[in-house]
Design a protein around this ligand. Structure first.
Ligand code: ADP
Length: 451
């Protein structure tokens, strides 16, 4: 069953049950109170009658009084101490034939009588002869029956009439709920068929859950499209980047094939070039894998780490591998909750860039504040032109292709560094001045409770 029909039938059924239950409640309450009213009226007149009878001394007079008090559509019966009828008077023909005997232990007795109900009560009284007799009073509730029938008709009418707006509102409710879902399904089906990322029309002012669902769907589509485009660009950039070293390797291999035997000096040059390009390709592939790995939030494990130890280690690696001096300024110990492995990888990328694009020493400044720790890696090299700074985190972006190629760059280092910074919950800030040098700052936010 469709959701729309489910909402529709369920809400209609619930409302119908509710209406029937409330109508039944009203009906039975009315029925009970009416019986009580009839009973108290009958009891009232019976009591009056007993008072009148107690003053009588003559049986004939008593009979006249009884006739005056006989209820409309009812009967009066006087039963003697021996259980025999003393006198019966009636205003409804034939009632005396089927005279109901009221139960003495109950307020009143109800018995069916000719399609109606007969209500009977019994009350003791003193007969003019001085004998204590039982006065049985019976009334056939013809009016009550008619009233209840009228009430039933009115209630059925009201229930049927009320069902019209209930059905209309449940259909409208079903539509309100399912329309955005149907639109979503349509957009998803179209997107799947056409391979595009279709969005749905959502009321901008909409604040309810359905509008939120539509807005979230659109945001998801935008994000999916961006990721898809990014991925597409990455694949095309990566294949383009890998094509260059492959072309170099291919052309040197052909050269060796053609003239390698005659010119041994050419062999030396070709092999050096092939080895160099192979190394570059290997490095690029490793970096691409790094990029994929650092994208996974699950690969980040935060624990108490001494940042100073990480900086010392990374600086030592650069100094021993390339003989470049790295000066570290700041506290000798700095504990912080972070992912040490990723932070060290980030430091190495930044120190290696500083090393590649400068000749002089490298400075690392550490500063601890109440809420954050600042690490700044500064070099005194060529610097980066201001126009290039916004694109430095793009994959394969290089300021000056020749310069980077000479230094063995791939244009992936800062992209990886940026992904790591995001994974660590921070961001990188790059300041650079051409001819003077570059400073890259990492802001590490201290978690509450960290010293
Ligand atoms: P690469 O592998 O080419 O170094 P990166 O993503 O690390 O790739 O850097 C992108 C570009 O930014 C580099 O090609 C380089 O031109 C420039 N760059 C990065 N760091 C520095 C720096 N410290 N000084 C000068 N230029 C830099």
């Amino acid at each position: 069953m469709k959701l729309k029909n489910k909402i529709h039938s369920l809400s209609t059924l619930m409302m119908l049950i509710l209406l029937i239950l409330s109508n039944l409640g009203i009906y039975f309450t009315f029925d009970r109170t009416q019986h009580k009213t009839e009973y108290s009226q009958l009891l009232g007149s019976a009591k009056e009658l007993t008072v009148a009878l107690s003053k009588m001394t003559d049986e004939e007079e008593a009979e006249i009084i009884l006739r005056a008090y006989v209820p409309p559509n009812g009967a009066l019966r006087v039963v003697g101490e021996d259980g025999k009828d003393v006198l019966t008077v009636q205003s409804m023909e034939g009632l005396d034939q089927k005279f109901p005997t009221p139960k003495r232990d109950e307020d009143y007795t109800l018995v069916p009588y000719d399609g109606f109900e007969a209500l009977s009560i019994v009350i003791p009284t003193i007969w003019p002869t001085g004998e204590v007799v039982q006065l049985e009073v019976t009334q056939v509730l013809t009016d009550l029956k008619a009233n209840l029938r009228l009430l039933k008709v009115v209630m059925v009418g009201i229930t049927l009439f009320a069902m019209i707006p209930i059905i209309i509102s449940s259909i409208t409710l079903g539509r309100i709920v399912t329309q955005p879902i149907e639109k979503l399904i349509q957009a998803m089906t179209d997107s799947r068929r056409s391979g595009t990322f279709q969005q749905i029309a959502v009321p901008e002012q909409g604040k309810d859950e359905l509008a939120q669902m539509g807005q979230t769907f659109n945001e998801l589509m935008i994000q999916l499209e961006q990721n898809y485009r990014k991925q597409e660009k990455f694949v095309s950039d990566a294949s383009h980047e890998l094509k260059t070293p492959l072309t170099v390797i291919d052309s040197y291999a052909r050269l060796l094939e053609r003239r390698g035997m005659d010119k041994p000096e050419l062999t030396e040059e070709a092999l050096t070039a092939i080895r160099g390009e192979t190394k570059r390709m290997k490095e690029m592939i490793e970096q691409m894998l790094d990029l994929a790995r650092n994208n996974e939030p699950a690969s980040y494990v935060f624990e108490e780490t001494d940042v100073r130890v990480l900086i010392d280690d990374a600086a030592r690696m650069i100094t021993s591998a390339y003989g470049r001096a790295v000066h570290i300024k700041g506290p000798v110990q700095l504990a912080l909750s972070t992912d040490g492995t990723h932070l060290k990888q980030l430091l190495i990328i930044l120190l290696d860039n500083a090393r590649k694009y400068s000749e002089r020493e490298i400075d690392v400044e550490m500063e601890e504040r109440k809420e954050y720790v600042r690490i700044c890696i500064r070099d005194y090299g060529k610097g980066i032109p201001a126009k290039d700074i916004p694109f430095l985190f793009d994959r394969f972006y290089r300021v000056d292709e020749d310069r980077s190629r000479k230094t063995g760059g791939t244009g992936l280092g800062l992209a990886i560094a940026n992904e790591i910074a995001i994974g660590l919950g921070t961001k990188l800030e790059i300041e650079s001045e051409e001819g003077k040098g570059t400073a890259v700052t990492i802001w590490l936010i201290k978690a509450e409770g960290s010293q």
